[in-house]
Design a protein around this ligand. Structure first.
Ligand SMILES: Nc1ncnc2c1ncn2[C@@H]1O[C@H](COP(=O)(O)OS(=O)(=O)O)[C@@H](OP(=O)(O)O)[C@H]1O
Ligand SMILES: [Mg+2]
Length: 410
C-alpha cells in the first residue's frame, strides 16, 4: 500500500469525556469521529502536505556540530536535530493515522498495541540522529522481536521508511542501551499513546537527550494538538511541537512551520516561548490526566480534586501532549497514578519533564521527590507523577498524600 497515495477524511475533538460519555463512531466515509452529546459532529481536516515532502524527509541536509555559531547554546545542534526529526515524523504519523490499517497492528507481550507508525518513526528518528551523532546511545520503546511477529507489518514499515529489512533491523536494534549515567543517551517514545493513535485520539512523538544523568533537551511532537487550546474546533490548526533545552526555555512551534529538511539551529529553532499558567488557587485550576483509566487512576485524581475544591472536570488525553499543555498554560496540573506493578519507563516522561520545567513548572513524583531518569530504561518510581505550574506544586502534593491516605483508610 502506498500510504501517501490518498488522504482520508479525518476528524477529532478532544476534551473532557467524563462530562458526558464521549460518543465515538465511524462516519460513512470510514473516518473515526468523536463528539460530545448535544454538539454537532464537526469534521476537521488536517493541514496536509504534498507527498513528495514526506519522501524527501529521510535525507536531510547534513550539518555537523561545528556549524553552530559561537553564540549558540550548548545543545543547539542536538535540539535542532531533534526538532527537525520530530517535525518530519509528526507529519508522517499523521499520514499513517489517516490511513490507519488495523490489520497491521501487533499486540506486544504487555498486551499493548504497536503499529507501523511506532516502528517507522523510531527507525527514521534514530537513523537521522545516529548519522549526525554516531557516538550517542539510544533507549527507545520498540524492539525487533515485535517487528518480526508480523511480516506484513515489517514490510509496511520498510515501505514507510524507505529502508530495506536489514537496515531497519540494524537501526531498531540500536535502541536498547543499558549503560552508565555519564553517557549521552537519546530517549525516544516514537508513538507515545499508541492506544490513542489507533482510536484516532491524541498521541505524541517524545524525544529527549540525557547527558550525565540529566535531561538536556526535550521535544514533544503532538500531531493532533491544536496550536492553541486543548480542544480542537472548526478551523483549528493541528500539530504542535514543543522544544526545550536546559537553561534556554521552552518553545512551541506549529508543525507546519518547521523546515524539516534542515538541522541548522538558526533555521529550525523557532517558535513561541512557553510559560506555565499563573493560577495560584487550585480551586480555579484545570487539571489533566490519562484518557485511559487503565494507565492512571481516575478515582484517585477525583479524590484529589475534591480535596482541592476543583470543580471543573479534567481534560483527558493520551500521551505526553498533556505536559505540553501544562508548559503553555492551557492547564495547570497533571496527575498520573499507574496501577501497582506498572514499571515506569524513562520514555514515558523524560522528554516532557524538561519541557515543563523550562516553561517554569515543576514535575515530581507523588511525594514531591525529583524523577530520576539515569538508571536505564526502567525507573524506580512507584509514587506516580505530578506536574504543575510550580507555584501550586507543594499544595497539590499535600492533597495527593491526603487522598492516598483517605483511600487506604476505606
Ligand atoms: N500499563 C500501564 N500503566 C500505566 N501507564 C501505562 C501503561 N502502559 C503504558 N502506559 C502509559 O501509556 C501511555 C502510552 O504508552 P504507550 O506508548 O506504550 O502506548 S499505549 O497507549 O500503552 O499503547 C502513556 O501514558 P498516557 O498516555 O497518559 O496514558 C504511558 O506512560
Ligand atoms: Mg509508545
Amino acid at each position: 500500500m502506498n500510504i501517501f497515495a490518498f488522504q482520508a477524511p479525518f476528524s477529532l475533538l478532544s476534551g473532557r469525556p467524563q462530562l458526558a460519555s464521549t460518543v465515538c463512531g465511524t462516519s460513512s466515509s470510514g473516518s473515526l469521529i468523536s463528539s460530545f452529546p448535544g454538539s454537532p459532529v464537526v469534521p476537521l481536516r488536517y493541514n496536509q502536505r504534498a507527498s513528495k515532502d514526506l519522501i524527501s524527509f529521510s535525507s536531510p541536509k547534513k550539518f555537523s556540530r561545528t556549524t553552530v555559531s559561537a553564540s549558540a547554546s550548548k545543545y543547539a545542534a542536538e535540539r535542532a536535530a531533534a526538532v527537525s526529526a520530530v517535525g518530519m515524523t509528526s507529519t508522517l504519523s499523521r499520514k499513517l493515522q489517516e490511513n490507519f490499517d488495523e490489520a497491521l497492528v501487533v499486540i506486544k507481550d504487555d498486551a499493548s498495541p504497536v503499529t507501523v507508525a511506532d516502528f517507522a518513526v523510531q527507525a527514521l528518528i534514530v537513523s537521522r540522529l545516529h548519522e549526525q551523532f554516531p557516538e550517542d546511545n539510544f533507549i527507545a520503546e520498540e524492539f525487533v522481536l515485535d517487528l518480526r511477529k508480523d511480516m506484513a507489518l515489517f514490510r509496511a514499515v520498510c515501505d514507510a521508511t524507505g529502508m530495506d529489512e536489514e537496515a531497519l533491523v540494524k537501526i531498531i536494534d540500536l535502541c536498547d542501551f543499558t549503560g552508565a549515567d555519564d553517557s549521552r543517551t537519546w530517549i525516544l517514545d516514537p508513538n507515545d499513546g499508541t492506544r490513542g493513535f489507533v482510536k484516532m485520539r491524541h498521541y505524541c512523538i517524545a524525544l529527549g537527550l540525557m547527558e550525565g544523568g540529566v535531561m538536556r533537551v526535550g521535544v514533544l511532537g503532538c500531531p493532533n494538538l491544536p496550536v492553541s487550546g486543548i480542544v480542537a474546533d472548526v478551523g483549528s490548526q493541528l500539530g504542535s511541537i514543543f522544544h526545550a533545552e536546559q537553561g534556554q526555555g521552552a518553545y512551541m512551534i506549529a508543525e507546519k512551520d518547521i523546515d524539516t529538511s534542515s538541522v541548522d539551529p538558526s533555521v529550525v529553532l523557532k517558535g513561541k516561548r512557553c510559560n506555565v499558567s499563573d493560577v495560584t488557587d487550585p480551586s480555579k485550576a484545570d487539571f489533566c490526566e490519562s484518557f485511559e483509566a487503565r494507565h492512571s487512576s481516575h478515582s484517585l485524581s477525583t479524590k484529589i480534586a475534591e480535596i482541592l475544591n476543583m470543580n471543573g472536570a479534567p481534560y483527558r488525553l493520551d500521551s505526553q501532549a498533556k505536559y505540553g499543555c501544562i508548559a503553555r498554560g492551557d492547564v495547570s496540573i497533571f496527575l498520573r497514578f499507574p496501577r501497582e506493578g506498572y514499571v515506569e519507563k524513562v520514555y514515558d516522561s523524560a522528554p516532557a519533564v524538561i519541557v515543563v520545567e523550562e516553561a517554569g513548572g515543576r514535575v515530581t513524583d507523588g511525594r514531591g521527590q525529583p524523577l530520576d531518569f539515569s538508571k536505564g530504561r526502567y525507573m524506580d518510581n512507584d509514587d506516580g507523577i505530578v506536574a504543575t505550574n510550580g507555584v501550586m506544586h507543594d499544595t497539590i502534593i499535600e492533597a495527593v498524600q491526603a487522598a492516598i491516605k483517605q483511600k487506604a483508610a476505606v
